[in-house]
Ligand binder design. Structure first.
Ligand code: ATP
Ligand code: MG
Length: 216
């Protein structure tokens, strides 16, 4: 330890349900970015979709099961605890208050990055955290002009650049490409097909036990 405040990785999502695409990306990002603290944050009431399929308590429970093995990742349930919409800008402001001197690294997949300029108060995100954009199968980068300009002007050359400032830089990150999505998993379950090996067994057991995703 060098006495510097430790950087924190913040990986938000609906995790409806969590799958190996999320988990593998999080593990690799944690290693590549040399983070001791990498958190997965299930959204409470996501502002960008009409609703989730499983309730917040179910999505939180599945995430806890997935991370109950020794993997260096942890669940942060602050968005589920908070009332109302889960705006990432509010979440990051809360982290910033709690950790005034820590680099905060907001982790998002390429598809989410493409839509970043539709997030509530999106320009403020850069003042609160760095942005790490993880490549995802079937998603190329397509940015609006303004978002592209923001990203280009903030590009970090190397991982170390995310440790010398507490916010404001952007790093594209290669992770193993797994073409797994929650949408596809939900569809399989609905069609009574097996989702095995796309997500942890413990999560599949929970889904079966609670009868989730059968009735869309
Ligand atoms: P849905 O199909 O319901 O949208 P999803 O699989 O996209 O689910 P989300 O909870 O929407 O999962 O994603 C949360 C975050 O994880 C987003 O930033 C998304 O880009 C990223 N992500 C999801 N799946 C992958 C994957 N296979 N590889 C890399 N990143 C992923
Ligand atoms: Mg998604």
């Amino acid at each position: 330890m060098n006495g510097e405040p430790a950087a924190i990785g913040i990986f938000g999502g609906t995790f409806d349900p969590v799958h190996y695409g999320h988990l593998r990306a999080a593990v690799e990002a944690r290693e590549k970015l040399e983070l001791e603290d990498m958190r997965l944050l299930p959204a409470g009431t996501p502002p960008h979709r009409s609703g989730t399929f499983a309730s917040a308590p179910h999505r939180l429970a599945m995430l806890k099961l997935a991370l109950s093995v020794d993997c260096g990742l942890r669940v942060d349930n602050r968005e589920v605890r908070r009332e109302g919409s889960s705006f990432m800008v509010d979440t990051l402001a809360e982290f910033r208050q709690e950790y005034p001197h820590s680099p905060l690294l907001l982790m998002i997949g390429q598809d989410a990055a493409n839509a970043l300029d539709r997030w509530h108060d999106w320009r403020a995100l850069f003042g609160l955290a760095h942005l790490v954009i993880m490549r995802r199968p079937e998603s190329v980068s397509i940015y609006s002009d303004e978002l592209d300009a923001q990203i280009q002007s903030r590009l970090a050359g190397q991982v170390a650049d995310l440790k010398t400032a507490i916010a404001g830089r952007v790093l594209p990150l290669e992770v193993t490409q797994l073409a797994i999505s929650s949408t596809d998993i939900r569809r399989r379950i609905h069609q009574e097909k097996s989702p095995q090996f796309l997500l942890p067994d413990a999560v599949i057991s929970y889904i079966r036990q609670k009868g989730l995703y059968t009735g869309e």
